[in-house]
Design a protein around this ligand. Sequence first.
Ligand SMILES: [Zn+2]
Length: 85
Amino acid sequence: MIDRCFNPDCRLQLHYLRDGRVVRVITRKGETDVLEHFWLCGLCYAAHDFTFSPSGEVKLEAKSSLRRRGVEDVILLMPTHPTGI
Ligand SMILES: [Zn+2]
C-alpha cells in the first residue's frame, strides 16, 4: 500500500488521494505477478512524472526532460483523482 510520495526528496505522507498521480504497476517476479502502487504528491507531479523501464522499474523524471525527449505522457493506469483504492 502507498504511504508516501514516490519522490525520495519529498516523501510526503499520504493521507488522501486528492491530488498528484497514482500508478499501478504489475511486474512478473518468477512465477508470480506482483502488483504495486506508486503515488506522486501534487507538488511533485507538477514538475515530475513516472517513467517505466522495459524491465518494469519505476523511475522519476522531470517533466521538462520528458518534453525534451518528446514524451508527451506515460502510461496512465489510474486517474489522477481516484476516489480511493
Ligand atoms: Zn512529493
